[in-house]
Design a protein around this ligand. Structure first.
Ligand code: JHZ
Length: 391
């Protein structure tokens, strides 16, 4: 049974950056599946509408993501010594390019992004990871001994079939490593903006373990990561593979999540109350600044920022523009608003207020904007509660 716990109102497709104004036409509610203990969105958009030629997100844009992938690739080479790797959702090849090109096969459905990965010399199937592609992979490849996927599995609606397919292409003694936003961190940070049309699910260790059982898998280790506002890196094996032991870290994560009540609907109702309060306080903060004629801009036209602005109905009346470094977003409207995304310039004017659309890269941004911060320029964030940050 699915029980609704939060209504995020009308939302646009969070990555639908366009030169034309696109209204928010998607009803977005958050639900809890009482059987799988899984948090998810209520309306699932067709994958072709979300992940296509014009998809703007590029993983290479963040220094932190680059460093994390570099460190992980070193660890994988040392610990697993993989001979045949599959990456699902390789984006522009930021992770895959850290490996020998003949050892890794990639899957990426967004055409332009996939071409960028191919330009790096990678073997990329421009396809969705579905039954058809899995048939192709089985025909032309040996089974994979390591499968990696970052921020992709939660984007696939047919979650059970994903793991059934993974069971078909993974060697019996192989490992799957997936990175996804952490539900526990989402709740702790009150970062409700982790839920939008692309994030169909936000996993807890508890819910992922329940889903995995369906494909004959189990988690054997979990690492907590700071990236993307708090993510988990799950290490997964086939249940029948008894060579690998279940780590203490996995058990600790499960215990902590139970302590926070992630297996109980009442916890989601509490989260919902906190989110409503956060919305009220952010709206108040922004409106007060506007009453004082302050200029407010956004920094980082992230999918998360789109979700916040649409949920709080804080649009062009309040924000002059959003800065972003992504070529594919510049000159376009932030989805569901008439706020223009413009090419990023170093912050100079310390009288303006800068809303952190990319709050998850706060440390990286602070380093870049030392001048602004040292001149007592003001940032605004909603995480973990709405406030102004200044030196
Ligand atoms: P960022 C995307 O979400 C979409 P988003 C996707 N669904 C997902 O799961 C995660 O990524 C992984 C810009 N920026 O990474 C770049 C600057 O301009 O938080 C991005 O447009 N200057 C696949 O969109 C945006 O901010 C900077 O200094 O929520 C950040 O988006 C930095 C650091 C970023 O992901």
């Amino acid at each position: 049974m699915k029980k609704t716990f939060l209504d995020l109102g009308m939302q646009p497709l969070a990555n639908d950056f366009s030169k034309k104004y696109t209204p928010s036409s998607l009803k977005l509610k958050l639900q809890f599946d009482t059987k799988l203990k899984l948090a998810m969105i209520s309306t699932h958009v067709k994958k072709e509408k979300m992940f296509n030629k014009s998809y703007p997100y590029r993983s290479s844009k963040s220094k932190l993501v680059n460093i994390m992938f570099h460190n992980l690739s070193k660890k994988i080479k040392k610990k697993f010594k993989p001979k045949n790797i599959l990456e699902i959702g390789c984006n522009d090849g930021t992770f895959a390019s850290k490996f020998d090109k003949d050892k890794i096969t990639c899957v990426e459905p967004c055409y332009d992004v996939a071409l960028e990965a191919r330009k790096k010399g990678l073997k990329v199937y421009i396809d969705y990871f579905d039954n058809l592609l899995v048939k192709k992979l089985i025909k032309s490849h040996k089974k994979f001994d390591l499968i990696f996927s970052a921020n992709t599995i939660t984007h696939i609606s047919k979650i059970k079939s994903v793991f059934l397919n993974l069971a078909r292409v993974l060697d019996d003694y192989g490992t799957i490593i997936i990175e996804e936003p952490s539900l526990l961190e989402t709740i702790r940070k009150n970062s409700y903006d982790q839920f939008y049309n692309e994030h169909i699910y936000v996993f807890s260790t508890i819910s992922l373990q329940n889903i995995l059982k369906i494909g004959g898998f189990e988690i054997y280790d979990v690492e907590n990561l700071k990236v993307h506002g708090g993510s988990n890196r799950y290490y997964i094996k086939k249940i029948k593979n008894k060579k690998i032991k279940i780590s203490k870290r996995f058990k600790r994560n499960m215990d902590l999540e139970r302590k926070y009540g992630l297996h109980k609907f009442s916890s989601y109702k509490n989260f919902s109350k906190k989110v409503n309060k956060s919305k009220m306080n952010l709206v108040k903060l922004i409106k007060n600044l506007k009453k004082k004629n302050k200029k407010i801009i956004g920094y980082g036209a992230s999918a998360k920022a789109v979700t916040i602005l649409n949920y709080c109905n804080l649009k062009e009346k309040y924000f002059d523009y959003f800065y972003d470094t992504t070529k594919q977003k510049i000159g376009k409207f932030l989805p569901g608003t008439r706020i223009k995304v413009i090419k990023y310039k170093k912050l100079r004017d310390s009288n303006i207020y800068v809303f952190l659309g990319a709050w998850n890269f706060y440390k990286e941004i602070l380093k870049k904007e030392k001048f602004f911060y040292n001149k007592r320029g003001s940032f605004i964030t909603h995480v973990p509660y709405p406030r102004i940050i200044k030196k």
